[in-house]
Design a protein. Structure first.
Length: 33
């Protein structure tokens, strides 16, 4: 069960990192214009 909960934590972390990366990318595009 620890393995499945660990994979869930990793998944949530990856999703959060991806959202933050997309947000920073959008901000960078807006600043470049």
């Amino acid at each position: 069960s620890t393995l499945s909960s660990n994979s869930w934590i990793d998944l949530a972390f990856q999703v959060r990192v991806r959202k933050e990366a997309r947000k920073s990318l959008i901000c960078r595009i807006f600043l470049d214009q």
